[in-house]
Design a protein around this ligand. Structure first.
Ligand SMILES: Nc1ncnc2c1ncn2[C@@H]1O[C@H](COP(=O)(O)OP(=O)(O)OP(=O)(O)O)[C@@H](O)[C@H]1O
Ligand SMILES: N[C@@H](CCO)C(=O)O
Length: 291
């Protein structure tokens, strides 16, 4: 029996759609794995009643198949599904790291990323790596078809999860098919600023680089109160605010001393729209850990 804790993640960060991601210090999924003749799955924790235990429909099933590593897999969800916090990816990442060790497959953390992404394809029809990469490798990750670049970064974050469900599949359907050249120029500048900010542990530069005028405005319409929450967080000192992953979580970068105030302001702003929410005062953290 082996236990793996794999963190929630925030993908895109505004300017890095389908490329950037960060591991969050909290929340996380805790997954226990035991060798078996076939794959069986048992779910507990946040939103587990909505997640299928059928290995063909659960992200960990595809990972076990890819590694040819049948196991009994107990998943305790710390990350609610359809949250924008990489819920489906956290389980897939934990399964990839844990089964690799349990069956002594010898893959490196980077090699496990495309294997865990097979789990993402089960739920969104698309094997994007931007959540599984940080959940496996930790820190800030840049996932492209050439592989993953990882940087250990330390930026305080607030992640506010409203009581709204947005599936990744639906959120991908509203992404515009084209962007103007001026939007492309702005996005490149913001992505470069954000990357530099991660290297320097500079919340100001990271926040500035989270601005996006292509994908985020289209998706904001799926999140009741997004604009109000964003404005309230910026007024409370956030250096940048955007949608986490496919939403509905709204994520803010900030200086350490402003984090508590931003967290309560975001909760209040959702509350004023009649939307219940919960908030995580967190920061960029490490990747999946085996116990
Ligand atoms: N082990 C799992 N954990 C969580 N969700 C799972 C798992 N296996 C399958 N699913 C399904 O995946 C869907 C949730 O994934 P989705 O990608 O929509 O949300 P998310 O991972 O929280 O968001 P995002 O990728 O935007 O951060 C739900 O339909 C859920 O039933
Ligand atoms: N990059 C993905 C992350 C969600 O899984 C998206 O925004 O659709």
């Amino acid at each position: 029996m082996l236990t793996v804790r794999a963190p929630a993640t925030s993908a895109n960060l505004g300017s890095g759609f389908d490329v950037f991601g960060v591991a969050l210090e909290r929340p996380a999924d805790v997954v226990r794995l035991e060798k078996a003749d076939r794959v069986t799955i048992e779910m507990t924790g946040a939103g587990s009643q909505y997640i299928p235990e059928d290995p063909d429909k659960n992200t960990v099933g595809a990972v076990a198949e890819a590694l040819d590593a049948p196991a009994h897999i107990q998943i305790d969800k710390g990350v609610r599904p359809a949250s924008g916090l990489g819920s489906s990816a956290a389980s897939a990442a934990a399964a990839a790291v844990g089964l690799n060790e349990l069956y002594d497959r010898g893959y490196s953390r980077e090699e496990l990323v495309p294997i865990a992404a097979k789990g993402e394809a089960v739920v969104s029809g698309d094997a994007h790596d931007d959540n599984v990469a940080p959940s496996i490798m930790g820190g800030f990750t840049i996932a492209t078809d050439k592989g993953v670049t990882q940087v250990d970064a330390d930026i305080p974050l607030v992640a506010c999860l409203p009581d709204i469900v947005v599936s990744t599949r639906d959120a991908r359907n509203v992404v515009p098919e084209t962007a103007r050249v001026d939007q492309m120029v702005e996005t490149v500048g913001n992505a470069a600023s954000l990357t530099t900010g991660m290297h320097r542990d500079d919340p100001e530069l990271v926040g500035q680089g989270m601005h996006d005028t292509v994908v985020t405005p289209a998706r904001a319409q799926l999140i009741d109160g997004y604009e109000q929450v964003r404005e309230a967080a910026l007024a409370a000192g956030a250096t940048g605010v955007t949608i986490s992953g496919a939403g509905p979580t709204v994520i803010a970068a900030c200086a350490e001393e402003d984090r508590r105030k931003i967290a309560s302001t975001m909760l209040d702003a959702f509350g004023e729209r009649g939307v219940d929410a919960r908030v995580y005062q967190t920061r960029i953290g490490g990747g999946a850990e085996v116990f």
